[in-house]
Write a protein that binds this ligand. Structure first.
Ligand code: ANZ
Ligand code: ZN
Length: 769
């Protein structure tokens, strides 16, 4: 029989699923115990998954399969992050209702995810738009409210003029909407927030306790942005009852403070409008400045703007000097106190501003920090750049925020036994462009009764941010069957936290920060007993095509379906992994995959020739032994690319030898995480095994056998020993020369050309110069 992936892959996928090979024993983890292997679930914002998505899933799956073979009871669930603006926008684009689109895309996404042959636990899948799921998302909102962690606030918020909704700070990249790239503007609106800032210190200090990719940890540290400094009060000369407090990290520079700056949002401006002689000018400045996004205000190289407040002055508390007060948009309303003391001699931003507006630059000496704070009557202060999480969205496709407003009794949560608040299927689901969600036009939806006084009341019509859906899904997977709890206490104790989490770096400060925050809250509420949801997290690299990130807008998206059809899932899996180190990504070229197919064909023929020899082949044993260690190490370290090339080298070394059935089996076990279908076919159909290869143990290797493979080689120059090196046994003179001529210890003694080489294999090499 010839190798034909189409004939075997579907067959084994059905076999695995029907026999529940990949279902862990949730109640009582088997073997070495539980291993929760999680990858970020996809959001269906397009027709289907592209190979870039598959790349991440396959890498995570190889790791999970390896853990299973090491004896862990692996839980590898999958689901869909199907709510949210991404999916909603896509539904608009293809002219479908989001509810209908969700049904179609669910089928297609799951079909694709099945086709790649991952060891998913299909019994525990979930979709965030399923009322069974979002009931609990709403429940979480209610708990947040009841515990003072959800609140409403009028604030200057990010508004995307294209998505027609507010955005969280984390969803604004370089002043643009994370989703559509439109320049974000600022709007003054009342919104719901989650108090993530309460956990700023814990979110920061716990980072040293988790095993995560460095770049994600750094991104979180920077985003939280802890600053130590002081608050110092400046009186306003004529109005002793008004004080301007400034936050500074450099109180020691206070003698050089030559003016103060208020942010355009500063509340004092409105209070002092009578006294500000040039108010109309100032007011016009405030209006334009507050509409700009923060990043556009503070971007490097951006021309500084501002206006002096005529008619008032501030007093420097240490030397009592009167200094002017300005309003300028390079000072942000949302950070510190929204006001600064400007020290142009020490701060570049201030220097730039002072030069432009001809303000004095003082070279007064630095003072002692603690003295200054005391003398000025200030206080030490720690500030975080982290802002509270803006959670409400003026869109349709999300869980309605489960809150009710009564004119008499104010805001109250929907009683828990009335959850979920179902998202109604409405015709006009498009964003309204006002600061209201489309649900605000549906009186059947929003008209309700106050649960306190029984009077008429109104439901909240905004929905919650998609990032709330995905901030807790990992808790739901083991408990999807539990109708009474968001997560079953017993199962949660057994399976959490997640042992390995894999996902993209784009979520460094979004999803990954929100999930950590909620876990900390749940821990404090006593509903879970851990603080960090993901013990280990690794970022996967991106697949690029023709030098650019794969994306629909660039038109360089590759659909995995055609490759699965033409070459099979095994070939695609191995090819994707071969493209580069998993944590760095690779460049997808459609030409290389045929090479993998040739390799799989050779594997097929190699195993199919099975003919048991009289005695086990000793040399084959040694070779296998070496690769068991190497390939296992590669998988553990996510070097799947070298794992694939290791398999190729292994085949090269074994191909001309006769192996025992057990040795053939060992080869297949090493192949199994990468190419699960062909490995299963050959294992069962050729080697005649009755149990799945994926339930076998990863082969063990023998250190003693490994040692024999290497030898210590002595290196001489002109007859004197200069170096020793461990090399593989049996290398040729040419190979050895290539290795040793690069070594510093050798190079420095080679003063002329090499005249002669004396080489005694596996023992000594002497270079004569
Ligand atoms: C005087 C000074 C002198 C400052 C000096 C710095 C250097 P981080 O590290 O980000 O916390 N600042 C304070 N509040 C601000 C706001 N709302 N908008 C813009 N800038 C603000 O930075 C703290 C420093 O940034 C503060 O210390 C303040 O300038 C400025 F040689 O005060 B400094
Ligand atoms: Zn009421």
């Amino acid at each position: 029989m010839k190798y034909s992936p189409n004939k075997i892959e579907r067959k084994w996928q059905k076999y695995w699923e029907s026999r529940k090979i990949y279902e862990p024993n949730l109640q009582d983890p088997k073997g070495k115990g539980k291993f929760y292997n999680l990858m970020m679930f996809p959001y269906p914002s397009a027709e289907g998954l592209h190979v870039g998505n598959m790349y991440a899933f396959v890498g995570a799956d190889i790791y999970g399969r390896f853990k299973r073979m090491q004896g862990y009871d692996v839980f590898e669930p999958i689901g869909l992050d199907g709510f949210g603006i991404h999916s909603e926008n896509f539904a608009f684009k293809i002219g479908k209702h989001p509810i209908d689109h969700a049904k179609t895309s669910e089928k297609n996404f799951y079909r694709q995810l099945r086709s790649i042959g991952n060891s998913f636990a299909w019994n525990e899948k979930l979709e965030t738009y399923d009322p069974d799921y979002y009931k609990w998302t709403q429940w979480i909102f209610v708990q947040m409210f009841k515990n003072g962690l959800a609140y409403r606030k009028k604030a200057s918020v990010n508004w995307c003029p294209s998505c027609l909704t507010v955005l969280a700070d984390e969803q604004v990249f370089a002043g643009e909407c994370e989703r559509c790239g439109t320049k974000v503007i600022k709007k003054e609106l009342e919104q719901w927030f989650f108090k993530i800032t309460k956990y700023a210190e814990k979110l920061l200090s716990n980072i040293s306790k988790i095993d995560w990719s460095e770049r994600v940890k750094t991104a979180q540290i920077n985003w939280i942005g802890k600053s130590e400094g002081a608050i110092i009060y400046f009186e306003i000369s004529k109005y002793r009852n008004f004080e301007i407090s400034v936050f500074t990290t450099r109180p020691d520079t206070i003698y050089g403070a030559t003016y103060l700056v208020l942010s355009p949002e500063h509340e004092l401006l409105q209070k002092l409008r009578e006294d500000i002689k040039n108010w109309s000018e100032v007011n016009a400045y405030i209006k334009t400045a507050t509409q700009k996004s923060e990043i556009n205000r503070i971007a490097e190289g951006k021309e500084k703007t501002g206006i002096e407040l005529k008619g008032i002055k501030a007093v420097n508390p240490v030397n009592k000097e009167e200094i002017p007060i300005w309003v300028a948009d390079y000072v942000l309303g949302s950070y510190g106190t929204g006001a600064i003391m400007a020290v142009p001699a020490h701060d570049e931003r201030d220097a730039e501003f002072a030069k432009k507006f001809n303000l004095p630059i003082s070279d007064a000496p630095l003072a002692d920090k603690d003295e200054v704070i005391k003398k000025a009557g200030g206080k030490r202060e720690i500030q975080y750049h982290l802002r509270d999480w803006l959670i409400s969205r003026q869109r349709y496709w999300g869980p309605p925020i489960p809150m009710i407003y009564c004119k008499k009794c104010s805001w109250q949560p929907v009683p828990e036994n009335e959850l979920p608040v179902l998202l109604p299927k409405i015709k006009n689901f498009r964003p309204t462009g006002t600061d209201k969600s489309p649900l605000a036009l549906v009186d059947k939806f929003y008209k309700t009764k106050c649960s306190i006084c029984g009077g008429g009341a109104k439901r909240e019509t905004d929905v919650s941010d998609t990032f709330l859906d995905s901030a807790w899904y990992y808790l739901r997977y083991p408990s999807v069957k539990d109708k009474k709890n968001p997560w079953n206490p017993g199962l949660t104790k057994k399976w959490l936290p997640v042992d390995m989490y894999i996902g993209g770096a784009e979520h460094s400060v979004l999803h990954l920060l929100y999930a950590r925050f909620l876990a900390m809250v749940f821990k404090d509420l006593g509903v879970i007993d851990f603080e960090e949801p993901f013990s280990k997290f690794r970022v996967h690299g991106l697949l690029i095509k023709n030098g650019a990130k794969m994306s629909k807008s660039r038109g360089n998206v590759v659909n995995p379906d055609e490759y699965v059809k033409k070459y099979g899932a095994d070939a695609l899996r191995m090819y994707l992994m071969f493209l580069g180190p998993f944590e760095q990504g690779g460049d997808f070229r459609s030409t290389g995959i045929a090479g993998i197919t040739r390799f799989l064909n050779r594997v097929w023929n190699f195993i199919s020739k099975l003919e048991e020899p009289q005695e086990p082949n000793k040399e084959a044993e040694k070779i296998l032994n070496k690769y068991i260690k190497e390939i296992g190490g590669d998988i553990e370290n996510m070097k799947f690319n070298t794992g694939v090339s290791g398999l190729m080298k292994l085949l090269n070394e074994l191909e001309d030898k006769w192996l025992t059935a057990k040795q053939y089996g060992t080869f297949l076990k090493l192949l199994a995480p990468f190419a699960p279908h062909i490995a299963e076919e050959l294992w069962q159909e050729v080697l005649g095994n009755k149990k799945s290869i994926h339930l076998e143990s990863w082969p063990e290797y023998d250190e003693a056998l490994l040692a024999e493979e290497m030898v210590q080689l002595v290196i001489q120059v002109n007859g004197r020993v200069r170096d020793t090196i461990e090399v593989k046994k049996g290398l040729s003179e040419e190979d050895i020369k290539k290795i040793i001529l690069d070594r510093d210890n050798v190079k420095k003694y080679i003063t002329g050309t090499i005249k002669k080489v004396i080489y005694i294999q596996d023992r000594i090499i002497n270079l004569v110069v």
